[in-house]
Design a protein around this ligand. Structure first.
Ligand SMILES: NC(=O)c1ccc[n+]([C@@H]2O[C@H](COP(=O)([O-])OP(=O)(O)OC[C@H]3O[C@@H](n4cnc5c(N)ncnc54)[C@H](OP(=O)(O)O)[C@@H]3O)[C@@H](O)[C@H]2O)c1
Length: 225
């Protein structure tokens, strides 16, 4: 198993918990580091059973004030460019392995954008669209394309402002959501909305106006927090 991220302290801690885990330090926002990762994978990895694209960043970007173009580019690179590039790189390594699988982690915000995080929401909607195309392109190859669509999770990604605005609302844990996702992958599901993401999916189809009014209200609460 190989885990990729920037933080080498987290990688050292993970290696001590998971026997046999290999780690590779790379910033997926940096095109040169994505190339370095690609070269490493080409040289070291000759076959593979599963690619999980989980790295993600969510930023509040205020287009009604000054939006930082460099930060926007990094958000798109990590959330969208990296998973698409890694998918292209891994398909030859996954081909021919029984039950080989590409897992892309999107978000309930793929179904309805959260205006406070407009770039993040757009990347997750784009990743959802990419998964749909990829699944159809790869259906004859035996490769499964799984999209895990988490609800709000209690992780460092959730900012203090968002936590304040969500006061009283339940946040799922990574452990609960991961266990449910594994059960549903084993049951053969490919598009896997979890927790409140299932409701967002239904509302986006049946009551999109109502859903966007709720998202706007949440945006206003976060802005006021
Ligand atoms: N938290 C939520 O409410 C929520 C809801 C729906 C979907 N999701 C999705 O779930 C996934 C995991 O998010 P999380 O909640 O666990 O967030 P998190 O605690 O902030 O973790 C983000 C992960 O992405 C990696 N990462 C971030 N930027 C990176 C970069 N430039 N290069 C390489 N790795 C990078 C981090 O590793 P390093 O720090 O080592 O770089 C870390 O492992 C994301 O795709 C997120 O969009 C989260």
């Amino acid at each position: 198993m190989l885990a990729v991220g920037r933080d080498t302290d987290k990688q050292t801690a993970a290696r001590s918990k998971v026997p046999g885990l290999q780690t590779f330090a790379a910033d997926l926002a940096d095109p040169a580091q994505r190339l370095r990762l690609r070269d490493f994978l080409k040289a070291e990895l000759h076959s593979c059973e599963m690619l999980i694209n989980n790295a993600g960043i969510m930023r509040a970007v205020k287009f009604n004030r000054i939006a930082d173009a460099t930060a926007i580019e990094a958000e798109i690179a990590v959330n969208l460019v990296a998973p698409i590039e890694l998918t292209a790189l891994f398909i030859p390594l996954l081909r021919g392995r029984p039950d080989a699988c590409i897992v892309n982690v999107s978000s309930g915000l793929a179904y309805a954008p959260f205006p406070n995080a407009p770039v993040y929401s757009a990347t997750k909607a784009a990743l959802h669209s990419f998964n749909q195309s990829l699944r159809i392109q790869l259906r004859a190859s035996g490769l499964h394309v799984v999209e895990i669509i988490p609800p709000t999770l209690d992780t460092p990604m959730i900012s203090a402002d968002l936590r304040t605005a969500m006061k009283g609302q339940r946040m799922e844990t990574v452990e609960t959501v991961t266990s449910a996702a594994i059960r549903r992958i084993e049951a053969g599901q490919t598009e896997i909305p979890l927790g409140a993401s299932s409701m967002l999916r239904i509302l986006s189809r049946l009551a999109p106006g109502l859903l966007m009014r709720q998202m706007a209200a949440m945006n206003d609460r976060v802005s006021a927090a």
